[in-house]
Design a protein around this ligand. Structure first.
Ligand code: UD1
Length: 330
């Protein structure tokens, strides 16, 4: 298939491009590089040795995207493009609603116009709110920030479109906590400024760029009192997209699928695993809980196994090793 990745130069998009190319698909990237760099495209070429075409284009710009779709005969679209900083979304909600909803609606309007029936959307486990883990796809409790609400709303738009357009197939992938990087060390998560998420913060403490990790809370109702999350290697996540787009090609309707491992790790377990596998001491201190955080989040990953024949393979050790390799290269 010839697959368009919107936001394909980003963290998850670039890893997905590699896995699609390695599976024999053709990849076209559309990215406005608002939170990524054009150099990523060369890295994807370097890793795969395959041809890849990239357009500098904004999914909110109907005419730009229409031109792209007129130039290329696209079979399927994976829509990654969107803002993703939770904290910023609380401060600038309209920026998030405007951009994330507009880009998704524009893309869905266009795929309808061009009769492209296969669509995969990057959603997030954030739509489970503070549901009790493990979360399966039938739970849906709402969100705690505007970023999450944009995911929730776009999921609903895709479901509504699938009712009105019977030929359409939309897969809504709910990601848990992606970490790690490609084993080549050529692509990974790029952070501007001080990271908010745990693993990028740990790697910056390991490199000496940041002095100390703050562990947010040690009094949660979890085995060691620190927050538990379902961390998934970004390459496993990328492989889930290959399965999802192939599934979309053979099915109709909207389908929600978790991409997680089904296993949670606490903050202290992550620190210990990172220290052990990379032989580096991580300086940390326990501080107050971070507002808005929940105790535990973990996927029920059985639907992905049943429907997509996909499951996460990489270990926590690999996630820690690959995150650190990337930090040293980037
Ligand atoms: C957050 C977002 C989620 C997003 C995900 C990306 C919220 C509510 N959710 O999830 O929508 O998809 O990032 O991976 O913001 N921690 C520390 N110290 C730090 C950073 C984090 O102790 O400096 C702890 C947190 O308290 C939490 C765990 O590490 O227990 C994971 O935090 P983080 O990586 O920020 O991800 P989430 O908050 O789970």
């Amino acid at each position: 298939m010839k697959i368009l990745l919107t936001g394909g130069a980003g963290y998850i998009g670039s890893h997905t491009a590699v896995e699609l190319l390695n599976s024999g698909h053709e990849v076209i990237i559309a990215d406005n590089y608002s939170n990524s760099k054009p150099e990523i495209i060369d890295k994807i070429r370097e890793i795969t040795g395959k041809r890849i075409k990239a357009y500098e284009a904004d999914c909110c710009e109907y005419n730009q995207m229409k031109q792209l779709l007129s130039n290329e005969k696209i079979d399927a679209v994976i829509h990654f493009a969107g803002y993703k900083a939770v904290g910023e979304s609380v401060e600038k909600p309209l920026k998030y609603y405007r951009n994330n909803l507009d880009s998704a609606i524009t893309m869905i309007e266009l795929i309808k116009e061009f009769n492209i029936t296969n669509f995969v959307f990057s959603s997030s486990a954030t739509v489970y709110g503070d549901s009790a883990p493990p979360c399966d796809e039938t739970m849906n409790t709402g969100c705690t920030n505007p970023y999450g609400w944009t995911k929730y709303m776009i999921e609903q738009i895709v479901r509504d479109v699938s009712v009105a357009w019977p030929e359409f197939s939309g897969v809504l992938l709910r990601y848990f906590n992606p970490i790690g990087a490609h084993k080549s060390g050529l692509i990974g998560e790029k952070n501007n400024g001080i990271p908010n998420n745990l693993m990028p913060y740990i790697t910056k403490v390991a490199s000496g760029e940041l002095e100390k990790l703050s562990v947010f809370g040690c009094d949660y109702p979890t085995p060691d009192g620190t927050g538990v999350r379902d961390y998934i290697h970004v390459v496993d996540l990328a492989k889930g997209h290959v399965k999802a787009i192939e599934y979309a090609a053979d099915n109709k309707g909207a389908e929600v699928i978790n991409l997680g491992t089904g296993r949670g790790y606490s903050v202290l377990e992550i620190i210990k695993a990172f220290e052990k596998v990379n032989e580096i001491n991580i300086n940390y201190k326990i501080v107050e809980r971070r507002p808005g955080d929940i105790a535990e989040m973990c996927a029920d990953a059985r639907k992905a196994k049943r429907v997509l024949d996909w499951e996460a393979k990489e270990s926590l050790e690999d996630m820690c090793k690959d995150s650190w390799r990337w930090e040293q290269n980037c």
